[in-house]
Design a protein around this ligand. Structure first.
Ligand code: WTA
Length: 653
């Protein structure tokens, strides 16, 4: 159950916001009846529904023979066909006559700007694909990317896709340890990074972090470095024979590079994400199914029009950036705004300034950002003209109705529909969301499944639950964008997603469905936290803590936080060392070093012992209550007494 108290706040929400008539009139899907007809038609024959779309929407070097081969839990979509995602995003757009259209509008945090048309992007991608080939990268090789939000990150991804190399993008806030772990797991051959990245006016030395990681990444042979810091910081150290500057390699690269025809099921990328056990797992996505799903969901949910200026604020290092900054929008020929830095640099009005300057029409962000905007105050928004906006979206965690209402009023001027999109790294794209011209919204609900998606909420017995009853959210039929496995670990793939509820994909969230068929997500069923919308596992944080020599035992839990949604609270028992303020800070920094800034605990509490059940399991529910301040406990009090209290209360987990 969510530690955020989400359930209480959305339980009684009954406000409804129908799509504005002028929006619906121009929308791709114009009414509830149209959506329902589409959903029903899809559900009647799911493979046929997707196959018809795939034939129209993707370029096929070789047509597929079968829509779906399903050997639970392994799905193959569009079997026998050959296509290429980079071709569908670029060459296909040039062939459609859209070469002069802007693909990316980009602004760096210091204010430098760039734009790339589809023709220009195509040329850069071809050149960089030739660079990859020259460095010995071939189809199937893994390439690790640790880069700032720059067009080059997208160029590198598309260049990999062009030659069938598999990219593994690592969010540039992760630590050297985290990079090394991921490089090891994927056996990456090449690293791509930048000298620096800009964040709140500071140049962060990405290359220095990568150097530390590469010392522990024996599979990585070479490293390409983008010059981003310019002359600002000290020059990044370059190791002769291993490290190469991006701009030097590109100088004499040929702009001719045809896209390699790839099997529908060849791997496009690996993206590591936190689960409930052990180290982050490499979620695997493949070519044709993912491409189709990212393209169609982008068009349906964001009601894409050719004259839109679309801005998704997610970093490409997360799945939202993969699907809705790069692959979905580009394969739809969209114009995408990309911004490198923080929303509060040089001040809290930066986002609103960008919307005004670039006349953004569709804006997609995270609830944690919205809560920060609310805190910073309406005055930053009011200074800017946001009348270009026509549609708003959210992703990553539930949005509380109050934040939804603020978004609707202050940013959307009460005229823009809000799409609250539920999905996961594993699902590849949006699974449930309002279609903005068709489905009335209720604040806090992701409303209904997209056409072709069949959710089912089940109880512990695996049977569907009734209206308004909470249960585990599952998906009853494979869909083209679904993960194809966990990199190198079939057993874990089966165990996590397909063992608890036979025949259905287990999402890991609790949900309920109301009398109108609206879905309400009620938080995770496992130990996954959402901290500022970023996915973290409590186990990951605990392992980082116990790797510190002073720590005997550790338990990490989430506690509600006004801005972050969840904050990380840890309880630590020490090995014969005195608890001090200095040690508390050292432990925070230690976790930061092991995982990255996203994992740094907010609270560290020392305890003489952790409360346990009779069978020796840590009583997490009790710890969550204590962390949330529902039970008070002094820093030096032992938690043992609480075990008795919790047992009496029936808290055995
Ligand atoms: C949560 C992010 C409520 C959920 C795309 C899910 C949400 C996890 C929503 C996946 C939403 C995502 N409402 N909860 N609209 N969107 N979540 O892999 O718990 O980073 O399982 O993918 O985020 O997180 P991930």
């Amino acid at each position: 159950m969510a530690a955020t108290g989400q359930i209480d706040t959305v339980m009684h929400e009954s406000r409804q916001f129908p799509p504005p008539a002028d929006f619906s009139n121009r929308a791709r899907i114009k009414s509830l009846a149209e959506y329902e007809a589409m959903w029903n038609q899809a559900a009647a024959d799911l493979p046929k529904f997707w196959a018809d779309l795939a034939r129209d929407e993707l370029h096929w070097f070789k047509p597929f023979e079968k829509a779906l081969v399903w050997n639970e839990p392994y799905a193959q979509w569009f079997v026998g066909g050959q296509t290429n995602v980079s071709y569908n995003c670029l060459d296909a757009k040039l062939a459609e006559g859209h070469g002069d259209r802007l693909a990316f509008l980009w602004e760096g945090e210091p204010g430098d700007t760039r734009s790339l048309t589809y023709t220009e992007l195509h040329r850069e991608v071809c050149k960089f694909a030739n660079v990859l080939k020259k460095l010995g990268i071939a189809t199937g090789d893994r390439v690790s990317l640790y880069m700032p939000m720059t067009p080059e990150l997208a160029i590198a991804m598309l260049a990999c896709a062009r030659i069938g190399a598999i990219h593994s993008v690592i969010f540039a806030g992760f630590s050297a340890e985290a990079i090394a772990d991921r490089n090891h797991d994927s056996a990456a051959k090449l690293q791509i990074t930048a000298d620096y990245s800009w964040r709140r006016g500071k140049a962060l030395p990405l290359k220095a972090t990568v150097d530390e990681a590469l010392a522990k990444s024996p599979t990585v042979e070479k490293c390409i470095v983008l010059r981003r810091g310019g002359k600002t910081g000290p020059p990044a150290p370059m190791q002769a024979g291993r490290d190469f500057w991006w701009h030097e390699l590109m100088q004499d690269a040929s702009p001719e590079c045809s896209a390699v025809p790839l099997d529908s099921e060849s791997t496009l990328y690996i993206l590591y994400t936190s689960g409930s056990t052990g180290k982050p797992k490499g979620i695997k996505h493949t070519t044709a199914g993912y491409n189709l799903f990212s393209k169609k969901t982008f068009q349906w949910v964001f009601d894409h029009r050719d004259d839109d200026v679309y801005w998704c604020t997610a970093d490409i290092g997360w799945v939202t950036g993969h699907t809705y900054v790069v692959y979905g929008p580009l394969s739809s020929g969209a114009t995408v705004l990309m911004y490198e830095g923080a929303p509060n640099f040089p001040d809290e009005s930066r986002f609103w300034q960008l919307i005004e300057k670039y006349k953004v029409t569709v804006f997609y962000t995270a609830p944690t950002a919205i809560r920060a905007f609310i805190k910073w105050g309406d005055q930053h928004v009011k200074k800017h003209d946001l009348s270009s906006l026509r549609l708003l979206g959210t992703v990553g965690e539930g949005i509380n109705p109050e934040a939804w209402m603020w978004y609707h009023r202050v940013i959307g001027g009460e005229r823009c529909p809000i799409v609250d999109t539920w999905w996961q790294t594993e699902t590849g794209g949006i699974m449930m969301s309002p279609l903005p011209g068709a489905i009335a919204t209720k604040p806090g609900s992701c409303t209904k499944p997209l056409p072709g998606i069949v959710p089912s909420i089940v109880g512990e017995d695996g049977k569907p639950v009734g209206v308004n009853q909470g249960g585990m959210l599952t998906i009853a039929h494979p869909w083209p964008g679904m993960l194809r496995g966990v990199w190198g670990d079939n057993a874990r793939y089966k165990e996590i997603y397909w063992s608890k509820v036979p025949g259905k994909y287990l999402a890991g969230d609790n949900a309920r469905c109301d009398e109108d068929g609206y879905y309400w997500i009620m938080g995770r069923i496992d130990d996954v936290l959402k901290v500022s919308g970023h996915r973290l596992s409590t186990i990951e944080i605990e392992s980082a803590l116990v790797s510190h020599p002073a720590v005997a035992e550790a338990a990490a839990v989430g506690r509600p936080d006004e801005i972050k949604g969840e904050a990380v609270a840890v309880f630590v028992t020490l090995k014969n060392v005195e608890p001090t303020e200095a040690l508390r800070n050292e432990l925070k920094l230690h976790v930061r070093k092991e995982i990255g800034a996203v994992g740094q605990p907010d609270d560290v509490r020392f305890a003489a012992a952790l409360p346990k059940t009779r069978s020796g399991k840590i009583m997490r529910r009790l710890l969550r209550d204590i962390a949330a301040g529902k039970e008070t406990v002094g820093d030096t009090t032992t938690l043992e007494d609480y075990t008795v209290l919790a047992t009496l209360r029936g808290d055995e987990e």
